[in-house]
Design a protein around this ligand. Structure first.
Ligand SMILES: C[S@@+](CC[C@H](N)C(=O)[O-])C[C@H]1O[C@@H](n2cnc3c(N)ncnc32)[C@H](O)[C@@H]1O
Length: 251
């Protein structure tokens, strides 16, 4: 087997540069709008229809009075809602493209940082809440990003983090598309989805990632993505076979 064949059979490796390049080319959610005249209301409507779990998980309906950090702002849908909860919020993303979207929708008010979640330019014990939806799973080392969230939280502070889940119907779709013919497992096949090296975790593996936290709850949930590719079959197993892992952890 030559080098090219060997590489083809491996999980796809993600580096910080390749992940940045991917998200600089198209921010998450841009496909739901016209790139020349971005309609944020349309982006948000599609987002919360496809991922209705977000609103309760993020507690958008509950006032907030502390200092919050959102890691991985994307097009700023959740950040705008987090800011509307009250308190003070800092937004952070690896890409200039994301932060431009956030500025376009909420103005110059909130502090924004272009930075890597795996190495936060923030002192320890700063935030009451760290929120991150579908971001740390794109980091080359998600455990490092979770440890960083722990570091910057105050004692008693909370992390709300969504990670991708395997086993799930979406991970099985990835396996059918990229995995079986390469001899990969479903989790390894997920590395070919979205940015290079995307991770998916079992509930047990995700719980281990939060081992520095005092209290941790990790729950898979069925999503519209599970039934999108499998129809009614994607309902089998219920939440246990769902694509999202909702992680709540207290420092
Ligand atoms: C799937 S999008 C999710 C964005 C947003 N949270 C949402 O749900 O729409 C992933 C986002 O994570 C950001 N990201 C990826 N790796 C990152 C890293 N190491 N540090 C900070 N942000 C990162 C990307 O730039 C992108 O905006």
């Amino acid at each position: 087997m030559d080098d090219g064949q060997r590489r083809w059979r491996r999980p796809r490796l993600g580096t910080l540069d390749s992940v940045r390049e991917f998200w600089e080319a198209e921010a998450c959610g841009e496909r739901y709008t016209d790139a020349q005249a971005v309609d944020y209301a349309a982006v948000d409507a599609t987002r919360y229809r496809l991922e209705p779990q977000i609103e309760a998980f993020a507690r958008f309906d509950q006032p907030f009075a502390g200092l919050g950090l959102e890691i991985g702002t994307g097009m700023g849908s959740d950040f705008a809602r987090n800011v509307a909860r009250g308190g003070r919020w800092v937004g952070l993303d690896l890409t200039a493209r994301s932060l431009e979207h956030v500025r376009a929708r909420i103005g110059p008010g909130a502090p924004l940082l272009r930075s890597d979640a795996q190495s936060l330019p923030i002192g320890a014990d700063t935030f009451d809440l760290v929120y991150s939806w579908g971001v740390m799973l794109h980091c080359p080392d998600p455990g490092r990003a979770i440890n960083e969230a722990h570091r910057v939280l105050k004692q008693g502070g909370e992390a709300l983090v969504m990670l991708y889940h395997s086993p799930s119907w979406v991970a099985l779709s990835a396996w059918l598309r990229w995995g079986w013919h390469r001899g990969l497992t479903p989790s390894q096949a997920v590395t070919y989805m979205e940015s290079p090296g995307t991770h998916a975790f079992s509930a047990r593996a995700a719980t281990r990632l939060f081992s520095r936290f005092r209290q941790v709850s990790v729950a898979p949930v069925r999503t519209s993505w599970d039934t999108r590719w499998w129809g009614p079959i994607g309902r089998i197993g219920g939440d246990a076979m769902g694509w999202f892992l909702l992680c709540r952890a207290t420092k």
